[in-house]
Design a protein around this ligand. Sequence first.
Ligand SMILES: [Zn+2]
Length: 354
Amino acid sequence: MSGKKKSEETTPEDTVLLSGAPEHDISKDKISRGGKAQRRLRRYNIRMLIASVVVLMTLCGVLLVRIQDLNGTIGNMASQIARLTGVAAQQQEELELLRTMTEELSAALEEKLSGGGKDAAGKKDGQAGEKSVEASTPGITAAHKVYLTFDDGPSDNTEEVLEILDRYGVKATFFVVGNQAEQEEEMLKKIVEAGHTLGMHSYSHKYSELYASVDSFAEDFTKMQDYLEEVTGVKSLVYRFPGGSSNTISEIDMKEFARYLDGQGVRFFDWNISSGDGGSYLFPAETLIENCTKNVSKYSTSVILMHDSASKSTTLEALPTIIETIQDMEDTVILPITSETTPVQHIKWQENEG
Ligand SMILES: [Zn+2]
């Protein structure tokens, strides 16, 4: 008991403390110590904040520098690309110049060799050259003869096809059909007036009727030939079978129809180059251009199959480039088909051909 009591009494040390520092001073001290700690904490926080801001600003600075670096690099690359493009264009120009010079030289050489009878010089200035060549020299001696042919017209596209052909001074061949031609007689006349060849592609274009028998074929043929002569005054002497002579739809041997035409003094023409515009899928102009031009230099005679019908918009789109590309080819001429043209035929039908 006494121990506990003693502990409740003030010890000598306490007395000293108490005498030196009164009770309210102790709490003040405590408060001031707490304030100091708080101030320190606040200072610490401020310092941390400043440090963070400094770090962030440094990072931002670094980032900005990096972005500027990248910008500079991109700018450099862009200017390099521009420079390379310029170089490429310049080289293209030089190539073009060289090509023109080569063409001119070969034209001059050819002219000298053949005594000026060739069309090479005329070929250069396109339109007038081609026109006069055709008019003056029907038995043209170019190494590569190209025949542009349009099946199934006349159509809503015919006028534009004629306009493009005229622009390039090119004559083509239209294998027209009769059932449409009745509403398109003006176009038939325009085809003939412009100097193109009007060919027959049957009156009905209905395989089942046309190829039912030689008699039905003959009937359709006569109707078509008479009709065209009635409208245009020209007797057509060239023919293209719907589906070509190699079609697998006719149950009658196509040779029989071929012989019938021969008996009428009419020559039929298939094709050895197909533009690819015949199907229901509309190929882009680029594909048609590629199809029409890639093999021309391999053949002495190229008969190119295209279609003149309202749905064939990419054919119209491709036609100018097709013509330009062919006109730029060495020793190559675009001509209309005539009854003297070397035929391109898919089937052998003459007796001596087997
Ligand atoms: Zn057809």
